[in-house]
Write a protein of this length. Structure first.
Length: 462
């Protein structure tokens, strides 16, 4: 048994590495840790210490030494050839120098004193099972609208649900696809095969949780590890964003205006494929994110730049977090990883609070029609009819938003939740149109919580 002690001062590096030796003939490596939590003045962060593990291949950024991360979710873990604590990768404890990685999330003014205990058990190491991963396709309906939730946490990071429990909740929520997105680990990838089925596509990924914001690596190849140990000022994000895309994934900044420590997005959106605008129950930070996303839309159409599609996910961790609240509904050619990603990247999608809300949103003029994420290419003076069909949204009001602001606010829908709203415009008056459905509010000018919103339909030839 080896005990490692130390104190981390305020302002210390983001990560501290504690080397220890593993000799030959070791069957199991077990780690536990504690740290002090002194009282701090109101409004001052106290101590919070994350933990992870790197093996004999070292701690190089983006290297191959990563063996697991549990953040602050666990106080102990083990690694063996045949099994490991959720969050960690099974594999033999090979002889050599290993490293405990400590991540001081916040440090009290008094400093943070820690004690880490490493226990090595001798014996035959055993064999590491060959991982089995979910297939990249499910039985779809051909070209259709598919519902998904791409931001979910199991007990492989700081969630409290097993993959099987998440799968059951996803099916109950009417989802067709989900994406595994544990904080800074891929350990769950080998535990989703039994959850997937003809009725549920399971994609694999990671929530890359840096000190300057979180980003979803959405739908990467199984086992793809994306490092998180950098800040915006280090200039490393572009490298790892390319790593995500090289592994077949999408780069999606998550909850960019969330107020938790380290959650605010600081890397910009130049490397993003989409952005998570709605995260979990609709809150004021989602409203801020929606406004910022719409402002970027305006800038894109005025400057002729590519636009960034929006999506929504639950970020569900534990009860009472609802899987599939919200969910992204995407038009895809089939229920495959590639087709779903193509639909998300193109913005052929809308976000709904539940499986009960369904939308059809189009713009038509001069004998042509375009849907969500598409462009109606007609001259600027062409009369265009924008049409929204809604079901499952009782007493919700409809808004049509353009690059010139909100140009239509409809009366609340009937209690049946069904209705059709049409509006006429021209490309000269609106470069794009998107729709929002809001719940009623008793507070006058406040907009009301979101029930659904669409990506835009673009109007005009440029």
């Amino acid at each position: 048994m080896t005990t490692l002690r130390g104190t981390i001062a305020p302002g210390s590096p983001d990560y501290v590495y504690l080397p220890f030796e593993v000799g030959p003939g070791i069957r199991e490596l077990r780690v536990s840790y504690t740290y002090d939590k002194p009282a701090v003045p109101s409004g001052t962060p106290g101590n919070a210490l994350d933990i992870g593990l790197f093996d004999v291949r070292g701690t190089e950024l983006g290297g191959r030494g990563f063996r697991g991360w549990s953040g602050g979710a666990r106080t102990e873990f083990f690694v063996r050839a045949d099994e490991a604590t959720p969050g960690y990768l099974p594999g033999a404890p090979h002889p050599g120098t290993w490293y405990i990685a400590l991540g001081p999330y916040t440090v009290a003014p008094q400093g943070l004193s820690y004690e880490v205990t490493v226990t090595l058990t001798e014996g035959e190491p055993g064999e590491t099972p060959r991982p089995v991963h979910p297939p990249p396709r499910a039985r779809g309906r051909g070209r259709a609208w598919y519902r998904g939730d791409c931001h979910l946490h199991s007990w492989h990071s700081d969630g409290r649900r097993t993959p099987a429990e998440i799968g059951a909740l996803a099916r109950a929520a009417g989802l067709d696809f989900i994406n595994s997105s544990e904080h800074n680990t891929t350990s769950s990838h080998a535990h989703w095969a039994d959850v997937a089925g003809d009725d549920l596509l399971v994609m694999l990924g990671e929530e890359v949780t840096t000190r300057n914001g979180h980003v979803l690596a959405l739908g990467t190849e199984p086992g793809t590890f994306v490092d998180w140990r950098y800040r915006a000022r280090d200039g490393r994000f572009g490298h790892f964003a390319r790593r995500v895309r090289e592994a077949g994934g999408l780069v999606v900044p998550a909850h960019p205006h969330a107020t938790c420590v380290g959650c605010g997005w600081r890397f910009g959106f130049g490397e993003a494929d989409a952005v998570e605008v709605w995260n979990g129950p609709y809150t004021p930070d989602d409203e801020v994110t929606l406004a910022a996303w719409d402002a970027r839309l305006v800038a894109c159409v005025r400057e002729g730049r590519a636009w960034l599609p929006a999506m929504g996910n639950s970020d569900a961790h534990r009860d009472p977090d609802a899987v599939g609240m919200p969910q992204t509904v995407v038009l895809a050619e089939d229920l495959t990883r590639a087709a779903i990603q193509q639909g998300l990247r193109a913005g052929r999608s809308y976000v709904a609070e539940s499986q009960h809300v369904a939308l059809a949103f189009t713009a038509a003029g001069a004998g042509r029609e375009a849907g969500i994420g598409e462009r109606l290419e007609v001259p600027d003076d062409t009369p265009v009819t924008v049409r929204l069909e809604v079901s499952g949204a009782p007493r919700c009001s409809v808004r049509f938003i353009t690059d010139q602001g909100t140009l239509l606010t409809g009366d609340p829908l009937p209690v049946t939740g069904e209705g059709v709203v049409e509006w006429r415009t021209t490309p000269a008056r609106a470069a794009y149109v998107r729709a929002e459905l809001r719940h009623e509010t008793a507070l006058g000018p406040l907009p009301g919580a979101m029930a659904a919103f669409t990506n835009p339909v673009f109007l005009g030839t440029t």
